[in-house]
Design a protein around this ligand. Sequence first.
Ligand SMILES: *[C@@H]1O[C@H](CO)[C@@H](O)[C@H](O)[C@H]1NC(C)=O
Ligand SMILES: *[C@@H]1O[C@H](CO)[C@@H](O)[C@H](O)[C@H]1NC(C)=O
Length: 420
Amino acid sequence: MLTRRNSLLLSVLLCVSVVSTFVEELDDSFLEARGENDIWLIEFYAPWCSFCKQLEPVWHQIGSELKSLGSPVNVGKSDATANTGLAKEFKVRGYPAILMWKKNMKYVYSGRRSKDGIMEFTERVAGPTVRSLNSLQLFQHVMKRHDVMFVYVGATSQLKGNFTSAAELLIVHNFFFSAARDVLPKDVSVASLPTVVLFKDRTYFIYNEEGDGDLMSCINRERFPNYCKMDSYRLYATGESGKLVVLLLVEENEQSEQSVRYRGLLEDVASQHRHIYSRNFYFGFMDDSDYLTGLMMGDVVVPSFVVVNLSNDGFFLPRGSVDTEKQLLDFLNGVLDGSIQCQGGNGVVQRVGRLIHETKLLLTSLFSQVPLLGCFLVGFLLAIVVFFCYLCCKARRTTSDEDDDDAPVTPSLQRHKKSD
Ligand SMILES: *[C@@H]1O[C@H](CO)[C@@H](O)[C@H](O)[C@H]1NC(C)=O
Ligand SMILES: *[C@@H]1O[C@H](CO)[C@@H](O)[C@H](O)[C@H]1NC(C)=O
């Protein structure tokens, strides 16, 4: 009996020690101790942060999986409130912060905090900056797996240098490849080498410095498929491209016949008119209305189309209903030629409005879910406000009394004069 309990205890202890070897707890001394070529995946947390607690089991799984895969990536975590030197080095602002440190580069993970998302990021960023594809089979295999692919074709050149420096920064978002010309699919015709070919939307584009600007901003602008399903992470990332986003808001889960039809309409316009609109727009549908209701400060019709400018929180609404291809094209043209006004924006008035809107939403949901608590909180807040008003009035009265003493002519003095 006793031995069984002991062995149970032993196995629990073993388990604990095994788990903790997957993820190292890092402190400020790590800055000096780290080997120059080590690759680290680090989570910065704060003891009070609930999202960090939710991430903890995922983080251990990631640590153990990378160990068992024999990955060169070390997994660590650090209490950013205690190890401020380390947190400062990584410019940690929010929690949990997930970062990769590779050579002298630091990469921030900004996607969904799921194991798959973080593992994919780790594999991509920890691997070679530019991966070489040396057979047609490999090329086709990779092409099937990626929506968007940037491929350098040719020998060493200045363009390759530019491609590699762009890849070093943008590998947080995309994969970068290099290939010989004879490895490219047969239908890809490349006029001259070296060159950069972008594969997406079931077609390809050849980079041209004159028309597309410098390589880095071209890659940054084009790194998403022209049409896709959006979630809030993707939408914010798309905003960094500088393009506007044509959004279709649809219902969650079960989608009405109308939504399905509108999605078809959006996809058709995105692909058939891509040569006209892809410079200015990305196209996507979204089933989460939180972002849009926050942006527009009100309820949004579902399904409906809206064009958003993520760089200034502006949005454009169609003048009438959008039910046909022509109406959708008219809408897009109206946005481009300026005949449809941009609404919203990130001015002070808009921000205050959005804050009020969010507070209102919070209070309404509070009242509908826990009316008593809502009443109590509102009453409590009111009481505080009244108390402050009282304090202010009182303070003002005493200062005005003092003013009276200093004033050269006060009513009481005048009265004295009169009595003289
Ligand atoms: C590489 O980048 C530099 C600096 O942005 C630019 O001046 C040059 O033209 C680029 N070279 C090629 C071949 O794209
Ligand atoms: C989107 O916002 C940016 C930043 O304010 C602005 O420069 C750009 O002109 C806007 N685009 C349109 C089409 O309004």
